[in-house]
Structures are given as C-alpha cells and as structure tokens.
Design a protein around this ligand. Sequence first.
Ligand SMILES: Cc1cc2nc3c(=O)[nH]c(=O)nc-3n(C[C@H](O)[C@H](O)[C@H](O)COP(=O)(O)OP(=O)(O)OC[C@H]3O[C@@H](n4cnc5c(N)ncnc54)[C@H](O)[C@@H]3O)c2cc1C
Length: 384
Amino acid sequence: MDYLHLDDLLNEEQRMIRDMVRQFVDREIMPIIGEYWLKGEFPMHLVPRMAELGLFGPTFEEEYGGQGLDYLSYGIIMRELERGDSGIRSFASVQSSLAMYSIYRFGSEDQKRKYLPRMARGELLGCFGLTEPDAGSDPGSMRTVARREGDTWVLHGTKMWITNGSVADVAVVWAKDAEGVIRGFLVEKGTPGFSTQDIHTKISLRASVTSELILDEVRVPEAQRLPHAEGLRAPLTVLNHGRYGVAWGALGAAEAALDEAIAYARERIQFGRPIASFQIIQQRLVDMLARLTGVQAIGYRVAQLMNEGKARYTHISLFKRQATRVALDVARAAREVLGANGITVEYHALRHAVNLESTLTYEGTYDIHTLILGRDITGFEAFS
Ligand SMILES: Cc1cc2nc3c(=O)[nH]c(=O)nc-3n(C[C@H](O)[C@H](O)[C@H](O)COP(=O)(O)OP(=O)(O)OC[C@H]3O[C@@H](n4cnc5c(N)ncnc54)[C@H](O)[C@@H]3O)c2cc1C
C-alpha cells in the first residue's frame, strides 16, 4: 500500500530495481518462505541469485563490487526483500551494511580489495559481532578482549545473537585492547580457537541464522585489524548505517501485512457481508494505513537527507524507532483481521509480526532510540 504515491518519486532506475527485487521475492521467496520459517532455516540456495541481482553492497563503488547506487535505491531493495521476510532482509543487511560496510569504512585498501568484491559476489559471507551475553544496549561494557603480542592480536570472549554467525566466512569482531579502546578485527572461519553455536529456540526471525561466536585465545595478525576503527564510535557508525536499512525493511513487512488484510477483508463473508463492510474492520484498516503512511513519508525524507549527506544519526534513530514500532503494530492488527487463518504460515501477517519483534530490538531497541532522540531535543542524557 503506497497511499500517497510516494513511489512516483522514484526515477526510472529506482523503479527498475524495485520491480526486479519485487519479482524475485514473488517468484523465489513467497512460495517457500513459510516452510523455511517453520523449519527454522535460512534458504541458502538463494544466496547466488541475490548476489547476481546485485543485492550485496550495492552502494559501494564498482571497484569494490558495488554499483554505486544511491540510498533511496538501497532502501527500496531492503523494503522489497522484507515484503518477503525479515530474515531474508536481515541476511542482505548484515552482509552489506554491517559486515561489508565495516570493512569499507574502517578497513585498509588491502582489506577492501581482498574481501569486498568477493562478498558482493556472495562467495564470502560476513557477520558482525558486537553484542555479548552481558552487553546488549550497552556495548561499551563488552568483555571480549584483544591482547597484543608483537604483530599478533589474541582475542578472547563470547559474542551473542550474531546474524549469519555460523555461515559467515569472515566475522567482524569488536574487542577491547589493554587500554580499554574498542577495536575491530576480521576473523576468518577455521581460525584455531574460533567456533560458533547456533541458537535454535527462536520464535522470531526463524528463517535466519543466529549464532553465538566463541573466541578462545584466537590469534589474528595485525593485518586483520581494521586500521581506521578506534573506540565505540566505529561500531556505532556501522550500526547507524545498518539501521537505515532495517527501517526500510520494516516498511515492506507492514505494507505486505496491510495489503493482505485488505484483500482478505474484502473476500471474507460473515453475517452475509464482506467483513470489510463493517465499521470496526474499516477503522482498524484505516488506522493501519494512516500510521504506515506516516513512516513511509519519513523514509523518503531520510533517504533524501542520506543522498545529500545531511542525515544525522538522530534522523535515522527516528526512522528506525517509528518504522519498526508501526510495522509491528500494523502486522499484528492485520493478523486480527485474518481471524484463525491469520495464525498459519499460509498467510503472512503473523510471521511478519513475530519477525518484527526482532527488528524492534536489534540495532538499538525502541527505548534506546527514544533516549537518543530525547537527549537530542532536550540536551539531557537519560541512559543511566
Ligand atoms: C534476531 C536477532 C539478531 C541479532 N543480530 C545481531 C548481530 O548480527 N550482531 C550483533 O552484534 N547483535 C545482534 N543482535 C543483538 C541486538 O543488537 C541486541 O539484542 C540489542 O542491542 C539489545 O540488547 P539485549 O538483547 O541485550 O537487551 P538489553 O540491552 O538487555 O535490554 C533489555 C530491555 O531493557 C531496555 N533498556 C536497556 N537499557 C535501557 C536504558 N538505559 N533505559 C531504558 N531501557 C533500557 C531495552 O530497551 C530492552 O527493552 C541481534 C538480536 C536479535 C534478536
């Protein structure tokens, strides 16, 4: 549902990208996603196709495997992917915005040339390890350490809730050095002491790999440290970039849920009439439409600011906070319109709603973005 015709603002190239990703989702994701979600598996066979469509690192320059796309195009890609499933979008987001972007922004020229083109081609998968069992919203309290021994760093600690953790060929791992300064390291799969353990008890984002990363005295050379990352600002900069895509993705899930609810309400007959003809159902659908339209408009404006280099991290916080909250509410309300059918994976609203519980929490919870915005407009910090 695009009630204000915001997609009329897309140029021809952006429209082509939208249609291409939408077609991919309709043809290759929708027929299988319910089954994969129930099995709790990510459909790995889609990775080469996603790479072929240019969905990994599309905003980077061609020399790094990208297509130099603008941020509205990037947002549209994320929106269309999450129209399918938040897990599919998360895969692309983590590959592009967290793993590749960490290397792009903070890596050496050698690291960029070694990893980025192969990651864009889907030959190498990446993950981003910041969160720990005891350090979530407060990543500055992380316990993972990096000890320097000559030209080698020794990493020790545990990362938790890491998307694509066990399937990644290269993990971006954040750790504190002896002085307490947070630094980023590229840890390749198979490095002695580095292991992963998948989390199989999720009720949300089931079609996505989520893992624990265990670093037991893992030795990596200085050449695997991201040379331009120093302090917590580095991972937070990467997350800011990532959550722009998370917010766009939430719009896609909400649009899909609303469209499904409207179509269902028009067909479903009770008391001799389509349920869409009852005032309560109409009010529910219109509330969903009104709230969704508000966050779609925020998305387009933030995309413009991103393209002009004027987006502040607080603008992205506002977009992420609103989009994920509204999408969750819309998807849940859509499920209600679908009645009992709504609790199955043959329909999509509830799958989206429970997925959106994760998007509300990761890359800064709803509350944390409230505190970021509160600090911005009042000048007072209320984090602790
Ligand atoms: C499916 C999934 C995938 C993920 N993927 C990744 C990944 O790839 N890489 C990665 O590094 N991390 C990842 N995460 C972790 C995610 O970023 C964290 O879950 C998130 O930062 C919140 O941390 P927490 O879960 O420890 O919650 P906590 O920080 O413990 O928060 C618990 C509750 O307390 C609230 N709270 C915390 N502090 C405050 C405060 N100061 N004031 C008011 N309320 C507060 C929170 O808003 C929340 O409601 C993922 C999480 C999920 C669920």
